[in-house]
Write a protein that binds this ligand. Structure first.
Ligand code: ARG
Length: 398
């Protein structure tokens, strides 16, 4: 039985109640660890709440730079979109949180970590599988999955135990927020036919209507400047998100396949990550050789799946990252995004490493393409099919 536990603490109702519940029901000492992954919030208040709930200690770790550099950027290089749409907002933050939970467990001499996930979602999978990968000796406790309390029960529990919470009886949505975007689930949206109510959006509320451009510069696949201004990674993500979001662009409404076998209706707003992926993938279209580009696209699907499925700390991800890293050597250049109401499109791209050859592509006098080579090439290209058509083709099939 565990004696000292490091709990991934958000400051919300469930994890606040979990602090006291773990102490009371499991007889453990609780260290609360809050990870700043760019969700914003009053961290002093979060710390105080954890201590008021009974935590022996409360720490806040600023993971923003690390999260951007070691988690979001690899995902960007992989153009990682789960089921073609979702840039893995929550899936990317769980492994960085687990890394710090494990570090804190070592530092505080804890023998377990804990999370506040329910039994129906992907996040429990990510927390637990990542912990197993990094620290198989640590126990993982999942109080919310076992306590059997409804939301009302938890509020009641908080009230009778003097745990300061800000939650009200009716919680409409389950929200998860970080630098890479925002996930909004539950409420009316559990009916996949129902339109998401206007009130759910916060990063993509349209305030701009005049068209403008946003130029994003990449160095070997890493975004390094916006409109010619060199910025740190966190600032780039924040800046792109703020500008693109102000045009009301970056929303996703999808029914996705959770790892645990449930189809779930999800809404997201990811102006920064979607715009960066759009720009990055476009720059690859001129800088990556064709066969490399095609193979990479196949692997991108696998990459997104494994991150979604909680396998960040895995040999497959390491190996895919090595492939992707190698591919990014020429991905240096700029992409022009054009923004308008509800719209973000690529308007141009350039790179010193571009494989776009004007002399080959042009239809004007500068043409350097050897037209006479085409005839033999096309004949041989179609030779197999021509043979097939003569023997087994249309009108000759049995
Ligand atoms: N469905 C998304 C995912 O699995 C979002 C999860 C959001 N988490 C939350 N606690 N609301 O990555």
């Amino acid at each position: 039985m565990a004696k000292r536990v490091v709990l991934a603490y958000s400051g919300g109702l469930d994890t606040s109640v979990a602090v006291r519940w773990l102490i009371e029901k499991q007889g453990v000492e609780v260290i609360a660890l809050a990870a700043d992954v760019g969700q914003g919030g009053d961290w002093d208040a979060v710390k105080e709440r954890a201590l008021a709930a009974g935590a022996a200690d409360a720490v806040v770790v600023d993971c923003r730079e690390e999260f951007a550099r070691d988690f979001c950027v690899p995902a960007l290089k992989a153009n990682a979109l789960y089921e073609g749409k979702y840039p893995l907002v929550s899936a990317l933050s769980r492994p960085v949180i687990v890394k710090h939970l494990v570090e804190a467990a070592r530092q505080f001499g804890a023998d377990a970590v804990a999370h506040g996930c329910t039994g129906k979602g992907n996040d429990q999978v990510r927390f637990e599988v990542s912990t197993r990968a990094l620290a198989p000796d640590l126990e993982v406790l999942a109080p919310v999955r076992v306590w059997g309390m409804t939301r009302e029960d938890a509020i009641e529990y908080a009230a009778t135990h003097d745990i300061p919470i800000t939650a009200s009886k009716e919680k409409l949505y389950s929200i998860d927020d970080n630098l890479w975007g925002r996930a909004i689930e539950c409420g009316e949206m559990e009916d996949p036919w129902a339109a998401p109510p206007q009130g759910v959006w916060s990063l993509t509320v349209p305030t701009q209507s005049d068209e403008r451009e946003l130029v994003i510069a990449f160095d070997q696949g890493v975004p390094v400047a916006v409109d010619g201004k060199e910025l740190g990674l966190v600032e780039i993500v924040e800046e792109v998100g703020a500008v693109v979001g102000s045009y009301g662009w970056g929303r996703i409404d999808m029914v996705e396949n959770r790892r645990v076998g449930i189809k779930s209706r999800e809404t997201y707003e990811c102006p920064a990550s979607l715009a960066l992926i759009l720009a990055h993938a476009d720059l690859e279209s001129v800088t990556l050789e064709r066969d490399l580009a095609r193979e990479k696209q196949r692997l991108e699907i696998r990459y997104a799946e494994l991150v979604y499925d909680g396998l960040w700390f895995s040999p497959l991800r390491n190996s895919l990252d090595a492939f992707i890293q190698e591919s990014q050597k020429p991905v240096t250049g700029e992409v022009r995004l054009l923004l308008g109401p509800g719209r973000c499109i690529v308007n141009g791209r350039r790179s010193d490493w571009s494989l776009y050859d004007y002399g080959l592509a042009t239809y004007d006098a500068a043409d350097a393409f050897r037209h006479e080579d085409a005839e033999g090439f096309v004949r041989l290209w179609g030779l197999g099919l021509e043979t097939w058509a003569a023997r087994q083709g249309p009108g000759r099939d049995r």
